[in-house]
Write a protein of this length. Structure first.
Lengths: 233, 210
């Protein structure tokens, strides 16, 4: 199934495209379920996070089985869909952050070039995850992020925080993903976030491997606590 | 420490001090093993990995062989090519981290009831810092592709958590080396390409002598 809106730079063999094709039947079922439950508006921002956590910000890393009470939770919040929407929300925030950083005019030369590369990659993550979420049910709506942009040093530090948390978020969810195709996509994105993090750490003269030999995963609750200040709605 | 069945994926997903149980136990296993010996560590590690099948052992041993390769590269080969400055510092740090991967994967194979792959001998075509960094870049990126390619085949989710925590570090290595070597930090762009075992062997096989 060809997709005219697909980004040319995403390779045809990408795991993400295979994934979208394989889930047609599931998508049909979830659309029906969503309609039955009256799911009109996709959860966004904080709501998407909380839905993915099963309605509680203090839950463990495993997303809860979706309740049938709220159409929003069922359509955007359970199982693999919940994880994908959680990742999508984080990617939306990262993409917005880099947009702001580049627009700030604080960077130039090779540093700016690197930030533009990372910005393009986060936007590709958004597109890919939105497509995957849409094939499973309802994609979370774009949140509205708010990021302090003061000076180059502060922004670089914030970028490093964002990327390191992003890597930890993917690592935390990988064991919870049921579909092998979605897992493959998550792994492919996880290591790119790690590359971003290591690059920014190096720019700050920090260790590229702050956790040592083994990356530390973070739970949804831990990630939510860190990113909450950056979500306006 | 409780000896609950960590093969149950719900328990395995529960965080302990911010880490999944698998990575927590791997860390503890590596640290404790160093002071008390493998015997003290084995019961805890075997609980974590008891449920993995033969398929998982093959994947672990494949990863172990790659980790032996990287460790040897950073600790032995590095000494013969006269590294300096940042390259020398990173080789030392990364060599230590790859050695920890060897230790963790060895224990994981044993705990899964398998026999750990033996350390091969290697040959690395690098003569100076520039060629060393170029090869390091290749090896780290192959490592990322290998783990990402094999990950979805792991049946035991605790092993997947451990593999994920390792591949994240390989990706960090790849980027740091890329910065030193003047190579792209994201050579595959937004999505790191998973590699098949055959593709990994094609890249790394020639470096393995026996």
């Amino acid at each position: 199934m060809s997709d005219p809106s697909a980004t040319p730079s995403v390779p045809d063999q990408s795991v993400v495209k295979r994934l979208a094709r394989d889930d047609v039947e599931r998508k049909k079922f979830l659309r029906m379920a969503g309609k039955t439950m009256g799911a009109g508006v996709a959860a966004s921002g904080l709501a998407a996070f909380i839905a993915a956590c099963g309605g509680s910000s203090s839950s463990s890393g495993t997303p809860a089985t979706p309740s049938t009470g709220t159409g929003t939770t069922a359509a955007t919040g359970g199982g693999d869909l919940g994880i994908v929407n959680y990742a999508l929300t984080l990617e939306y925030l990262e993409a917005q952050f880099y947009d702001k950083v580049i627009a700030s005019g604080l960077f130039s030369g090779s540093t700016l070039a690197t930030l533009k590369t990372f910005r393009a990659e986060e936007h590709q993550h958004v597109q890919a995850l939105a497509k995957v979420a849409g094939s499973l049910g309802q994609a979370a709506a774009q949140p509205k992020g708010k990021f302090p942009i003061k000076n180059a040093a502060q922004v670089t530090k914030l970028a490093a925080t964002v990327e390191n948390v992003g890597a930890a978020a993917y690592l935390g969810q990988a064991p919870n993903i049921k579909s092998p195709q979605i897992l493959a996509a998550a792994l492919a994105i996880h290591t790119v976030e790690a590359r971003h993090a290591a690059t920014l750490n190096t720019a700050l003269k920090l260790s590229p491997t702050p956790d040592g030999a083994f990356g530390k995963p973070m739970t949804m609750a831990q990630v939510l606590a860190i990113v909450k200040p950056f979500i306006a709605s | 420490m409780e000896r609950s069945n960590l093969a149950d994926s719900d328990i395995g997903a529960v965080e302990v001090h911010g880490m999944t149980r698998a990575s927590f136990i791997l860390r503890g296993a590596v640290a404790t093993g160093a002071t008390l010996g493998a015997g003290a560590v084995a019961p805890y590690v075997s609980n974590a990995f008891a449920a993995s099948g033969g398929g998982d052992v093959d994947i672990l041993n494949f990863a172990l062989t790659l980790e032996y390769l990287e460790t040897n590269f950073y600790t032995v080969k590095a000494k013969s090519v006269n590294l300096s400055g940042e390259a020398k510092a990173l080789a030392a740090m990364f060599g230590d981290e790859e050695a920890q991967h060897v230790a963790a994967l060895t224990k994981a194979v044993q705990a899964s009831g398998g026999t750990p792959a033996k350390q091969p001998s290697f040959t690395f075509p690098a003569t100076d810092q520039a060629s060393f960094l170029k090869l390091a870049y290749t090896l780290e990126n192959v490592g990322v592709g290998a783990y990402n390619g094999a990950g979805p085949s792991l049946q035991n989710k605790q092993l997947l958590a451990a593999a994920g925590s390792i591949v994240q570090v390989e990706a960090r290595h790849a980027a740091a080396i890329g910065l030193l070597a003047g190579q792209p930090v994201t050579p595959d762009g937004a999505f790191d390409k998973p590699l098949t075992k055959a593709q990994v062997l094609k890249a790394a096989g020639p470096l393995i002598k026996a």
